[in-house]
Design a protein around this ligand. Sequence first.
Ligand SMILES: Cc1ncc(C[n+]2csc(CCOP(=O)(O)OP(=O)(O)O)c2C)c(N)n1
Ligand SMILES: [Mg+2]
Length: 1013
Amino acid sequence: MYRLRTTVARLGPIAHAGQNISQPRPLRVRAAPRTFEPTRRPITSVSAEPFLNATSSNYLEEMYYAWLENPKNVHKSWDVFFRNANAGVPPGLAYQSPLHLNGMSQGAESAPSLLGAEANTKKLVADHLAVHSLIRAYQVRGHHIAKLDPLGISCVDFDDAPCAVGFQNVGFYGLADSDLDKVFRLPTTTFIGGGESALPLREIIRRLELAYCQHIGVEFMFINDVEQCQWIRQKFETPDIMQFNVAEKRTLLGRMIRSTRFEEFLQRKWSSEKRFGLEGCESLIPALKTIIDISSQSGVESVIMGMPHRGRLNVLANVIRKELEQIFCQFDSKLEAADEGSGDVKYHLGMYHKRMNRVSDKYITLSLVANPSHLEAVDSVVQGKTKAEQFYCGDTEGKRVMSILLHGDAAFAGQGIVYETFHLSDLPSYTTHGTIHVVVNNQIGFTTDPRMARSSPYPTDVARVVNAPIFHVNADDPEAVMYVCKVAAEWRNTFHKDVVVDLVCYRRNGHNEIDEPMFTQPLMYKRIKKQKGVLQNFAEKLIGQGVVSAQEYEEIVSNYDKICEDAYARSKDEKILHIKHWLDSPWPDFFTLDGQPKNMSCPLTGITEEELQHIGNIAASVPVKDFTIHGGLSRVLKGRANMVDQRLCDWALGEYMAFGSLLKEGTHVRLSGQDVERGTFSHRHHVLHDQNVDKRICIPMNYISPNQAPYTVCNSSLSEYGVLGFELGFAMASPNALVLWEAQFGDFHNTAQCIIDQFISSGQAKWVRQNGIVLLLPHGMEGMGPEHSSARPERFLQMCNDDRDVFPKLTDDFAIRQLYDCNWIVVNCSNPANYFHVLRRQILLPFRKPLIVFTPKSLLRHPEAKSSFDDMLPGTSFRRLIPDDGPASTNPKNVKRIIFCTGKVYYDLTRERTNRGMDSDVAVVRIEQLSPFPFDLVKKETDLFPNADLMWCQEEHKNQGFYDYVKPRIRTTINRSRPVWYAGRESAAAPATGNKKTHLMELQRLLDTAFNL
Ligand SMILES: Cc1ncc(C[n+]2csc(CCOP(=O)(O)OP(=O)(O)O)c2C)c(N)n1
Ligand SMILES: [Mg+2]
């Protein structure tokens, strides 16, 4: 094998050299005479071996393999050539004309007959090469002419790339009609021979047409891996490979009946209700079921699915097997909502169901992730959830848990998140070991034609970036669909890589059932109206084949109709809608049986001195032997060791303490985002790199305790939308993990806005699903210009669900109740201890809420922004508000002003206050938890300083930052008895100036305002 590789490799450059100088082969008219050199030209290094061009290299490889097996397998001329090449004869000299072989006389008198022999050999080689090219053309471009479109109107534009296949095009390859009955040896890169190694050209073409140009179009030749290509060829080229027995056909028919009759039932009962029906793509249901059957047979126990609106109810009913009455009752407008939150419409809700798979006889769990209207947004969420399930069950190769993503044609091509998700597919910390993508390609997006909706020929071209094979299939041929899905599932379970099934279909109705498609696609819809239903066609076919009788068929149909009718009758009894029944990720052990928190208290979050010391020591050391770290890093670790000696923490060490202690307590911690391993600001260094050994790394956090939970820290791809969605999905799988996503700078979160708006802030209200994801958003005005300053706190605060005008009832458990009621928690910690506590609280709470943390930049190294171990010991906890603890607090009646602030500006304010000698006049109070707003603690402060005026100070511009959120809440707290003044930057369009001097001037101005009493 090694010898083969090296020889072929050695031949490679010659081949290319040959290609460079050889003339392009002229495009021939049919059966044009072939031009061969009648005599050998003088040998030059490359022109002597013109057969070694790129097209023929596969043929050459063939010959070479055959020669390796036995030199007699090939013509003598090849034998000599390979012997010479193997012996290292330089390019151009390895080839010897057959004329000169076998000790033949080179006398002038024998020349004419020998010349004829040479010409024959060359023609033989050239014809084989031509046949090989033809086979290859089918493999590469057969899908161009496959009959994929049930309507026959497809306008897939291949930019006029020629697809010269078929009997009529043999001349293109230099073959003639007279060659059609000649027998050609088949290359090993095809399986059309079945058991035969040679076939007449006519049969070769016939078999290739069957394999590549019927109802299945296979796109795969861009895959670099030979084994994978061969695998696919074998699946589609092997003669008669697409065979189904009677039982399989009957199962398929049964599934088609369910799929079709379900939509018809809904149409009959609720003709004017939106349901985004599947009509025109009914074979989606058997497609998914086939994928699930095959996957279950190969050991998959859990399938996580994400899908858009189209056919969703049908998938719930017939794939996941949600009780029909639960679906039907959703159409009842009088149904009362039983759960908290606003709920969502029926075609967005999720589902989780464990059932027996009849084909494999094994249990399988199916879940459909709830999703917003935003098409494709759920893609990376599904991937994250899948990854988490794989992680928690130790499925490192994706053999037990897998994902299926469904797409619409317009959305798959149009939405960038699709591309971002594909790019996660092969990254070690993000791979789910292969996703099966199914595209409902109804050749329309709402009212827009594909030619206006994408620039690529197929909607699926985006998948080519990861070399995923793409199987296009005419969805009006259920057997072809079933076969393709079987192959897709086998592919995924063999290679653990993504694969795409493109169901080319049509949409029988408008975008929804009340839309009129004739306004915009009149001709298409005239055609659709004439289109016979796929079930009808298929049933007729099977009845014709005697697989099922007409009577039997009618019976199966009426049986299913009755099932629907009975469920409909039962659905009338449902009076209350439980969104909880539509939960995609239940956490049964975390909640009580009713889905409530097990208690309403949160333990204190401090840890012992020993733990602090131990984790600190780990953070300051390299826990493996013979590991050379960078000199600069040695200084960082030394600095940490010094801090531990002094019982101090900076921000990075505080984070270390939080993660380390949670890990020690058995909580998995996963930190993901761009450059998080080192930290954008070079402060974290959670992954150490050996300076002498390539790729040798050490993660000290995994050396805290023998029984600790694993720590995952992973630099992500440069994507926010994709990666945040992924982490949200990861956090969905289990409540017992601290899952954090860090933005490189806070403002970059806006490219993930869809995940924040549609899932994080409103997910629980819509889908009664809790999620404890943590967003770390570096924020702060450091004079670094508009792009890196603001994590846009105003946006997060504006989406908080607490009422600014209502002063809440202060009960003993007010703080935790408030957390329970909120849609998310927004904090801006001013010191490492508080950051430590809020991270730990996130896990120790008896419920889960998303946590938004504005994190610092310059404070990472600010000498004052350090915390003592004392603030992290048992008995300590997160401080929602940090009161002034200086001179002002000792004589509160004399205090003239309370400045409320949050985050880094606190340090500017206290420095300025001291500089001005106003420590007794002004109290500076930090609000660390902005939302839910600490009404109780703010009231304490305003009560404490009765004679002080109130001010909110922020470094952000007035129309940004925290002001608009905080001010009305402070006013509500004091019953609007005092004004709340503002010190901060003026309103502006950009978040910050790009000019350092202006920045400092603005800062001074706001400090002047703050202390202008
Ligand atoms: C991100 C996003 N943009 C716009 C829409 C509005 N919209 C809903 S369906 C639809 C067309 C979708 O077409 P396609 O993906 O082909 O799915 P089909 O409805 O044809 O099954 C559009 C534009 C949306 N839901 N999400
Ligand atoms: Mg569409």
